[in-house]
Design a protein around this ligand. Structure first.
Ligand SMILES: Cc1cc2nc3c(=O)[nH]c(=O)nc-3n(C[C@H](O)[C@H](O)[C@H](O)COP(=O)(O)OP(=O)(O)OC[C@H]3O[C@@H](n4cnc5c(N)ncnc54)[C@H](O)[C@@H]3O)c2cc1C
Length: 686
């Protein structure tokens, strides 16, 4: 059995393991992923946690859940050393032998040789970094709120972000949107708070074109971020930083100047490295000189053919490399040809706060610059959704949509607060009980009818909603409709002004039939409804007389029409005699069941979905039914069902779900199929 070990469950590692498992499901291969954390961290959203937009749980994805039902073993362990000669990974207490190794340990912030700064600054490259920084920001506001000394207060409320690249700009923008919220909460004046963004490069976002940089600068200034560029930072202490000749006093210095290889890579001296701790790779992404060691993500140092720079340390590179590495390992084991790494990159997107962002995206030969707008952010969300689909399916996508759009506070989302107003769920309880009661009233008489007279006793197809007032009326309309035994009977019984259905020939007949159909959509069929198609008939008549081929065409159509009519006749007969009563019986039971469940608050989401489906069926049914019965009351059912679809967990308020659902959840989570397809998970709800 071949042992493949993936070291690091970041963007590159997690996808490599999944790609490998998909291919190796039936082969004798053991795949193990090792990570020092029990969860994968969505690093691209760290600034959102640091600046209090989303909770830390929102950006964790537990490996246990990702690999559930898959042949991938997860080991939580921190590897200290890789013994390439003996092919094993070594941690404090364990050793992990491998035949093939994939290294994807990512990066850590770099201090460009000034490691003494480390203890005075905050970094942003792990979940711990983000939560620590968030807590520190809150603490500064708490302290400032009770500090009388203006100088000390100013220092507490001074925030400095060092490095105006992607991470720095995202952090500064996010913080700027957070500050007004904090000022309100801690009764601090906004004017007392300062956010500075520093960089030795001549402009913010130096890798973007100048126009985009200027645009970013404008947006940052609008958010009251002071941007200072063109001078180096030096002399960082606990409470200050020197920028050029100026000394800025601050208790919060956030260091986002760039990255270097992870600590493990740092410690390796028996492997070739370049470009701040990246592993030199050949075109198959094998580490130079080590055939059974592959590299993914930020750890790769590889310059693709025709390029001048190594591949970027970005998520897209991690995704691309994971596919290639999985393919090449499979190829090697099954003795097939390996592929060369020829990645295509589609640009970069930077958010400035929760509502807008900038982007440079497109194909290598057609790059589009998107200035500060919601479009860039929309693309970013879309890319994230695609990534989550690969990692944890719709379950994660839904949780992402919830924490980015529905559960946001202070309008901090791309659509402001449009989707996110929270209402206490208790207010939906009367709606639930009332809707349940109404369904109960619909279902009960029908079920009693069926039980007393036999399941096929009484045709109730259109009898909805059977309100107290219209019950009799509906039933008589219904009786009329159901007296038509088949389609041609229906047609023959229906008088078209000036003619009858039988007298109309060929294509005209179809038109008349269509006409009938549309007329049927209206509750009260009146003559004006026929106006339009009589004009059409006239036009066709004219052509039929003047062009022979139109006659042939009509003949062909008539032939098809007859076939169709025969089939539909058979179909209608079957429906009327057997399918319809059976269907109604099921429907009646469904109505009663949905009613009872909603009243009790048991399986509320399912019952609300049932209510929605039943309502839609009845609406569609009434549109297509011959008598065109449609009552606006149906919309109340529709709207109430949507409200009860449990956005925000209202099913658990004053209901049996409160007691039952935790047990159901526990049971479902044990079913392998459910685990594997991420249908019902835990720990990702936010
Ligand atoms: C704040 C921020 C914002 C970003 N925004 C973007 C963006 O918008 N777009 C973009 O493309 N990129 C962005 N990036 C960069 C992107 O996150 C990285 O390129 C990507 O994470 C690289 O993936 P990876 O798999 O190489 O490493 P990582 O995702 O860093 O994963 C490395 C994994 O290895 C594990 N590990 C490390 N050492 C060990 C060890 N010794 N033993 C066991 N496990 C270990 C870690 O726990 C981690 O799970 C951003 C990064 C940050 C920090």
């Amino acid at each position: 059995m071949k042992r493949i070990v993936v070291l690091g469950g970041g963007y590159g590692g997690i996808l490599t393991a999944k790609h490998l498992e998909k291919k190796f499901r039936k082969l004798d291969v053991k795949i193990t992923l090792i990570d020092k954390n029990p969860y994968h961290t969505m690093l691209t959203e760290l600034h959102e946690v640091a600046a209090g937009r989303v909770h830390e749980d929102s950006i964790k994805i537990y490996f246990e859940q990702v690999f559930a039902g898959r042949r991938i073993d997860f080991e939580m362990d921190e590897i200290h050393k890789i013994d390439f000669d003996n092919q094993k990974l070594i941690s404090k207490n364990n050793e992990y032998p491998y035949d093939y190794l994939v290294i994807g340990t990512g990066c850590k912030p770099t201090f460009f040789g000034h490691d003494e700064y480390k203890e005075h600054v905050f970094t942003l490259w792990s979940l711990e970094d983000a939560t620590l920084l968030h807590e520190h920001i809150l603490q500064q506001f708490r302290n400032a709120a009770k500090e009388k000394d203006e100088e000390i207060r100013k220092q507490m409320l001074s925030f400095v972000v060092v490095g105006a690249g992607f991470t720095g700009v995202e952090m500064a923008g996010e913080l700027a949107e957070y500050v007004p919220e904090l000022c309100r909460e801690y009764q601090v004046m906004r004017e007392e708070v300062s956010i500075r963004l520093l960089d030795m490069a001549p402009r913010v976002l130096p890798t973007f074109p100048e126009k985009l940089s200027d645009n970013a600068l404008k947006k940052l200034n609008k958010l009251k971020v002071e941007c200072h560029t063109g001078s180096p930072c030096s002399n960082v202490t606990e409470n200050s930083i020197q920028f050029g000749v100026d000394v800025i006093k601050s208790k919060t210095i956030i260091w986002t100047t760039g990255v270097e290889g992870s600590s493990l890579i740092d410690s390796m001296d028996d492997i070739e490295k370049k470009g701040r701790g990246r592993l030199v790779c050949n075109k198959y992404l094998q580490a130079e000189g080590k055939e059974n060691v592959y590299v993914v993500g930020d750890n790769i140092f590889y310059i693709p053919e025709g390029e001048e720079r190594p591949v970027p340390q970005m998520v897209e590179n991690a995704e691309n490399s994971s596919k290639l590495v999985a393919h090449n390992i499979i190829a090697e084991i099954s003795e097939k040809d390996k592929k060369e790494y020829k990645p295509r990159f589609h640009g970069a997107i930077v958010s400035i706060g929760a509502r807008k962002g900038l982007a440079q995206v497109g194909m290598p030969n057609m790059i589009v610059n998107i200035k500060n707008s919601f479009i860039a952010l929309f693309i970013k969300h879309f890319i994230n959704v695609v990534y989550f689909m690969q990692v944890l399916g719709w379950h994660k996508v839904w949780s992402y949509i919830k924490h980015e759009f529905f559960n946001t506070s202070n309008n901090r989302s791309m659509v402001g607060g449009l989707f996110s107003k929270k209402t206490p769920s208790i207010w939906t309880v009367p709606v639930r009980i009332w809707l349940g009661f109404m369904w109960f009233l619909q279902g009960l008489p029908k079920v009693i009818n069926k039980i007393s007279g036999g399941w096929d006793s009484y045709c109730t197809l259109n009898e909805f909603p059977a309100t107290f007032e219209n019950n009799g009326l509906v039933c008589s309309a219904l009786g009329e409709t159901m007296n038509f035994v088949n389609v041609s009977d229906m047609a023959n019984n229906y008088d078209v002004p000036g003619t009858t259905f039988q007298n109309v020939k060929g294509f005209d007949k179809i038109l008349t039939y269509i006409n009938e159909f549309f007329a049927g959509l209206k509750p009260n069929v009146t003559t004006p409804g026929y106006g339009m198609s009589y004009n059409v008939l006239y036009v066709f008549d004219y052509y039929q007389q003047n062009f022979k081929w139109i006659g042939w065409l009509f003949a062909a159509l008539e032939w098809m029409y007859h076939i169709f009519m025969n089939i539909s006749e058979w179909f209608m007969n079957t429906i009327v005699t057997w399918v319809a009563p059976f269907f109604e019986f099921v429907l009646a039971i469904g109505e009663l069941g949905v009613g009872i469940l909603l009243i009790l608050g048991l399986f509320t989401v399912l019952a609300a979905s049932g209510s929605l489906i039943l309502t839609i069926m009845v609406i569609v049914g009434s549109l297509f039914s011959y008598n065109g019965l449609f009552l606006s009351e149906l919309f109340w059912y529709l709207v109430a069902s949507i409200v009860l679809l449990n956005f925000g967990g209202n099913g658990h308020v004053l209901s049996l779900d409160y007691y039952v659902m935790p047990k159901v959840r526990g049971f479902l989570q044990k079913i392998p199929f459910i685990k594997k397809w991420y249908l019902y998970g835990e720990k990702v709800d936010s």
